[in-house]
Structures are given as C-alpha cells and as structure tokens.
Design a protein around this ligand. Structure first.
Ligand code: 5AD
Ligand code: SF4
Length: 450
C-alpha cells in the first residue's frame, strides 16, 4: 500500500514538472512517505527529520513534506517540527504537487489531513479515484519493471485491537470494478505483465452496480482476462470463510491467477486472538488452509504474526509455534507487538511482555519457520520454474558474472519463491525459465535455460 502511494506521489510530481534527484543534497523538496503500523517506522522518520533540520540550516528554502499515515496520525504536532513544511495524510495525497509548489513559492507551512477520517473518507473518493487511475499508469514510478500494484479498496473496518490502520486510512471503500479494469488495461498497454490487487482485507472486496454484486473472485477473473496480463496476485486476505471457495476456484480455473495466499494469522492462541478482536480460532484458520490445499495443492501460503501481545504467556506463544508448524508457510512475517496510541489494545492493556521476551519469541518463531521454509525449498531441486525477472540481485555487484559475462539476476515464481540466477539484464520485466540446482530456506538458485 505504502509503495503504491510513493509511486503515485512521484508520478504526480513528475507531471507537475518536478524531476527526481539522486540525493537529498540536490533536492529543492523532500517528500517522506510514512508508516504508522509500528513505532520503529515512525522513529526512523523522526530521525530523518532531524537530519533535514540540519540540512535546512544551510539551505532554508528546501521544502519538506511528510505524507501518509504518520502525517494523518500526528497532524499539527508534526507540522510544529522545525524541519517540516507540509503534513499530508493518505487521503489528501492528490493535493501533494500543489502543496509543494505553493510551499516553494512562499516557504510556508501547510496542514492537509482529513478531520473525522472515519466519516469523511468515503465522500472524498471521487478525487482519489481520478488521481489513482491517472497516475498509476506512470511506468517510471514503478520500482520493479513489468509489475504494478492496483488498489481495489482503501481503509479497513476491522479494528483489530492492536492496529492503527482503521484510524489513519479511514473506513473501507471499494473502487468500482470498471475503473479497476480500465486501469489494468492501461497498465497492460504499457507492458505490465503482473498486477497485484491491493486491499487491507482484499478478500472482502464487494461492489454493487447495475443490480450485480462483484466479488474479489470476479475481479481476479476480469483482470486475468486482460490481454498482456500474465500473472494476477492479491494481498492481504483476512481468514474468513466467506468467498474463500470462490477465490480458490478462480485459481483452479485460470492459470494466470497466482497460487499464492497471504493470510495473516497473527497468533495461534485462541485467547490472544479474541483479545486481538480477530474473528476466528486457530483451528478454524487451519481448516481454511486445509481447504485451500485440497483445492489448490500447489498453493504457497504466507502469514503474519505478532509476538508479545499484552498478556501473551508461554502457553500462548507455544500455541503460535504449534500453528506455524502445522500451517507449513512458505514464508512468515513476524513482528514484535508495538503499542499504537489510540488503539483499543493500548487503551486496555499495558505493554506487559518485556522487549527481551518479545525478541526471544521473535527469534524462536523465525527459527521454526526457517526450518519449514528450508524443507519446502528442497522440493525444488532439479525442477525448472518460470520466473518473472525483477532485475539485478542484491548481491549482483559483489558476485562474479558467469562465463557469458551475465550479472546475477533475481526473479520470483508465481508462488512467490525468490530465484537467483545469472542472465542478461534485458530480461528485467520478462519471464524466464530457470533450472534449480541449489536452495537456501528463502532463496532458490539456478541456471537460465533457453
Ligand atoms: N505491532 C506489531 N505488529 C503489528 N502489525 C499491525 N499492527 C501491529 C502492531 N501494533 C503487523 C500485523 C500486520 C502487519 C502488516 O503488521 O502482523 O499483519
Ligand atoms: Fe489492521 Fe486488522 Fe484491518 Fe489488517 S484487518 S488493517 S490488522 S485492523
């Protein structure tokens, strides 16, 4: 979600006549896109602002804009920071180019956040809708060639007790399927081969128009049928049996709908799940996974977990370990609980689990997952997989090229396995076949064929 917002900001600034600089030193304006999900992400923004305050001592004309969730959350408080000129919430992002242009002219301060975000967000969706469809087609804003994110819904109505998102992104609003489809066609015309449909609870997508109700499964079919689009993904799914079978069936029916499910469990303890206001039990969650594997045997599943939620005892954590062992994830994202001001969990409970215990549980859970990921990766030895090539691998600059002087590239399979191999950089944004000859828990290594 955050990467998409960054791409939209940079595309709209380019359209307004701005260019990107390589370093902050050369910039007339600096935009920081922010995340409020955990305190750590916010702390890093404050540290960047500290550096910018220093920079502005020498160059007072530089305009600094803070956009996104932290801007929405802190508003005036952030505007009071010496380094900050503009504070712009996620729903106000369509105004960013104008705000920066004005601030450059007068070197002023400007606050653009949505008051009463829970009631206003829906009514503002018209300008947001136009902004989204115009700027998502801008190829230069995309960090990975051939791939694009498409937001299908904004906001969230779930109010998991630990989570800040419903407070800073507002209520759930689904975009019209026609607008989404037009956008995907436009992206395909520009050479995009993979689209990822985005929503906080994307499986709950529903839109009624002309007496018809469209679901995520309908959207998946519609986008997969767009000529030029080869792979369609969707994130993130809430563990909910509603529509689940339709989504699995869509994967069976279309080879272009990726067999990949990102479905956070957050905990394996029913007691903690209830305290988190997650509407399922560990066994109901595992039932969903079993159904998914029955219908789509190849499916790769990823999950999110929070360790150290207030009151999480050793038994609760053991239940989480047990769930992770049973779930057989291809990959897990594990986070230490971070109290977020204004959320129910923060108001009701003290942050009772010490950072030491959180850290210990984080490392222990990662080790369990690494063992599972390692076993799942083994199955790929000797197999040939199709990957969408992203570009140079992170280690390309230190690793030797192969006999043909090709650098090390990285790509992903439709099930989101990372694959590293040598090949020509012209493959970025294209599909390639790679035969796997070595594996590590999170990465497959191989040779390009053909
Ligand atoms: N503390 C730690 N992790 C959190 N997440 C959301 N809110 C918090 C929080 N307060 C995690 C959840 C979610 C992911 C995006 O971030 O696991 O799925
Ligand atoms: Fe946050 Fe829960 Fe909504 Fe996900 S579903 S964005 S965790 S409130």
């Amino acid at each position: 979600m955050n990467k998409l917002d960054t791409a939209l900001v940079s595309a709209s600034l380019r359209e307004a006549g701005f260019g990107l600089t390589d370093t902050v030193k050369d910039a007339d304006a600096v935009v920081i896109n922010t995340c409020s999900v955990r305190e750590h992400a916010e702390a890093r923004v404050l540290s960047h602002l500290g550096h910018l305050k220093h920079l502005k001592k020498h160059r007072p004309g530089v305009v600094v804009a803070v956009v996104g969730c932290m801007a929405q959350r802190l508003g005036e408080e952030l505007l009071a920071h010496d380094a900050v000129n503009i504070v712009c919430g996620p729903i106000q992002i369509p105004k960013i180019a104008e705000l920066i242009t004005d601030a450059l002219a007068v070197n002023g301060k400007e606050l653009a956040v949505t008051e009463k975000i829970r009631s206003k967000a829906g009514s503002q969706s018209d300008s947001l809708e136009r902004f989204e469809s115009v700027f998502s087609g801008d190829g230069e804003g995309r960090s990975v060639p051939g791939q694009a994110f498409v937001r299908v819904m904004r906001g969230c109505n779930n109010f998991c007790t630990y989570c800040i998102v419903p407070y800073v992104r507002g209520p759930e609003v689904c975009r019209p399927p026609e607008a989404i489809l037009d956008q995907v066609k436009h992206l395909a015309d520009q050479g995009v081969k993979q689209v990822t449909l985005l929503g906080q609870t994307v499986n709950a997508y529903q839109y009624e128009s002309g007496g018809k109700v469209r679901s995520l499964a309908d959207l998946l079919h519609m986008t997969a049928d767009v000529p030029g689009i080869e792979w369609v993904r969707f994130v993130t799914s809430y563990p909910d049996p509603a529509f689940f079978d339709d989504i699995l069936q869509a994967m069976v029916d279309s080879p272009r709908i990726c067999n990949y499910l990102h479905m956070p469990a957050q905990s394996g303890s029913d007691r903690i799940l209830a305290a988190m206001n997650r509407h399922y039990t560990a066994s109901a969650y595992l039932d969903l996974l079993a159904r998914a594997r029955e219908v789509v045997p190849e499916i790769a599943v990823a999950g999110d977990f929070i360790v150290g939620f207030p009151g999480e005892a050793d038994e609760d954590f053991e239940a989480t370990v047990d769930l992770v062992r049973k779930a057989q994830y291809r990959n897990c994202f594990i986070f230490k609980y971070s109290p977020r001001p204004g959320t129910t969990a923060d108001q009701r409970h003290a942050d009772t689990v010490s950072d030491e215990v959180k850290q210990h549980r984080n490392v222990a859970l990662l080790a369990v997952q690494e063992e599972i990921s390692g076993q799942l990766s083994q199955a790929f030895l000797g197999r040939t997989v199709k990957v969408l090539v992203e570009g140079l691998s992170k280690k390309a600059h230190v690793n030797a090229t192969d006999e043909a002087d090709h650098p090390q590239l990285v790509g992903r399979t439709s099930t989101d396995y990372i694959v590293v191999f040598n090949g020509p950089i012209s493959l970025a944004g294209q599909f390639a076949d790679v035969t796997i000859d070595d594996v590590s828990p999170l990465t497959l290594f191989g040779k390009l064929i053909g």
